[in-house]
Design a protein around this ligand. Sequence first.
Ligand SMILES: Cc1cc2nc3c(=O)[nH]c(=O)nc-3n(C[C@H](O)[C@H](O)[C@H](O)COP(=O)(O)OP(=O)(O)OC[C@H]3O[C@@H](n4cnc5c(N)ncnc54)[C@H](O)[C@@H]3O)c2cc1C
Length: 200
Amino acid sequence: MEIASGYIGFAQYVGYFWHGMGRAETRMVCFGVGAAVIVLLYRGVTAVGRLTVVLWVGMLVTVFFIIGSGFLNFHSKVAFDFPPNDLKMAAYVTAKGVEIGKAMGAKTVTGNSRKGPYTVTQYQTTHNTGGTVLGDNPKTSTVNRYLQSWDVPNVFVIGASNYPQNASWNPTGTLGALTYWAIDALKNKYLKNPGRLVSA
Ligand SMILES: Cc1cc2nc3c(=O)[nH]c(=O)nc-3n(C[C@H](O)[C@H](O)[C@H](O)COP(=O)(O)OP(=O)(O)OC[C@H]3O[C@@H](n4cnc5c(N)ncnc54)[C@H](O)[C@@H]3O)c2cc1C
């Protein structure tokens, strides 16, 4: 298993250079590497043992090099704070959000862009969303408006994972409403006529 996953890993790295590499090509590379390894290792067990020690030392040197360079290049501000570009992105999307809100005719529109520095003393967010987003296009969403999987019609996915974005306020009320909405569709539409509830 370990050796096979090594071949697969090697083939995946090759994919960085061989653009558009498909399944058949990946298998071909795996097979080629496998055959090369067998040919190269077809020698006395003592020689294989020596080779293993050399590779092991090489691995240790690489690991210590990576750990060492990590320490030498460590910047706490990058690791624990918002980089300037994050703040710029936050300002940009906030301004866009305000623009959209105004265009939709909302009575009150306020934009409060995220500011640095990062601090654990203020509430940041515990509203994790996204992952199986709902939408009207199977190419850009996982579930349809009834939270039914586009790919597997007898799977309904319900949760904050359905949100395609993170609205700034509490998500769980809407999530409850979406749940009732999906269960209603499941009971009154799907069970009567199992299959895709939305054609796309
Ligand atoms: C500290 C905190 C405060 C919050 N306060 C608010 C608030 O005031 N107002 C608000 O609207 N929202 C609040 N939220 C957000 C709210 O809790 C979530 O939006 C909501 O719980 C999401 O519901 P969910 O069903 O998508 O996921 P969850 O409630 O996380 O449910 C997922 C469930 O799946 C289970 N699970 C995970 N993996 C597996 C597995 N492999 N097999 C089986 N089960 C699995 C988990 O155990 C869990 O029970 C808060 C969240 C936190 C953490």
